[in-house]
Design a protein around this ligand. Structure first.
Ligand code: SAH
Length: 234
């Protein structure tokens, strides 16, 4: 039947994407310091169905190594960037992770495959609602999505083993640095809006101070000041 041919095409497009992600990892070693991503991260990239999260009616498009529109002027990140940011956090299956910028929920799903619990904050209420429903429908019961302002973090659930930020502020938001455990890692694009940003690794030291390390130049949507209500809307 047509259906199985479609499934086969989709599986081939997905397999090609995984090869491209590993090729990108090799090409960007100079910036990132790693030339391959862990087996756990690549298994997550293989498992999570990206076509479930994009707007396009053409499912194969979801497996092109590109950012894509998700509505509300926002985008789902490029798969290679999702893999890189997840990998750089060195996550364990017991880790508690905070994500800022849920968007469509794709990155949250990838995190949920390699970590223990994911708490994700989205400033656009409709995106938060849609992502929550999507992730629930796909069976993810270790992800909580809240509509709120990521600059405040999620104090009730802090501290976190790791924090992943998918919108770009001009500096590390102090509340996020506070909510990271000593020894914890945060990956965050830092720079001026609509200009070039640097994907920055922030490591919290045992004395509570942070050390930052520049990795790759990237382009993310700006992190906007939300209303700061920090509460789920439904
Ligand atoms: N991780 C997402 C990428 C979404 S793009 C994915 O996989 O699809 C970045 C997201 O950050 C957008 O949805 C945007 O609305 C959100 N955002 C911007 N500023 C924010 C803030 N202050 N708090 C929470 N989310 C924010």
């Amino acid at each position: 039947m047509n259906r199985s041919i479609d499934d086969e095409k989709l599986a081939r497009a997905h397999a090609r994407l995984l090869d491209e992600i590993q090729a990108d990892a090799r090409e960007t070693e100079f910036w990132t310091g790693r030339n391959k991503f862990s087996a756990a991260v690549m298994a997550a990239m293989k498992k999570v169905p990206r076509h479930e999260f994009v707007l396009s009616g053409d499912k194969e498009v979801a497996y092109i190594n590109r950012p894509l529109p998700i509505g509300h002027g926002q985008t789902i990140s490029q798969p290679y960037i999702v893999a890189l940011m997840t990998d750089i956090l060195n996550l364990k299956k017991t880790d508690k992770v905070l994500e800022i910028g849920t968007g469509c929920g794709y990155q949250s799903a990838v995190l949920a495959e390699v970590a223990g619990q994911v708490f994700s904050i989205e400033v656009v209420p409709d995106l938060a609602t849609a992502a929550r429903q999507k992730l629930k429908g796909l069976g993810y019961d270790n992800i909580e999505v809240r509509h709120g302002d990521g600059f405040q973090g999620w104090p009730e659930e802090a501290p976190f083993d790791a924090i992943l930020v998918t919108a770009a502020p001009e500096g590390v938001p102090p509340a996020l640095a506070d909510q990271l455990k000593p020894g914890g890692r945060m990956i965050i694009p830092i720079g001026t809006p609509y200009s070039s940003q640097i994907l920055t690794l922030v490591i919290k030291q045992v004395d509570g101070t942070v050390k930052t390390f520049n990795t790759l130049p990237v382009a993310f949507v700006p992190m906007v000041q939300g209303r700061g209500e920090g509460r789920q809307t439904n």
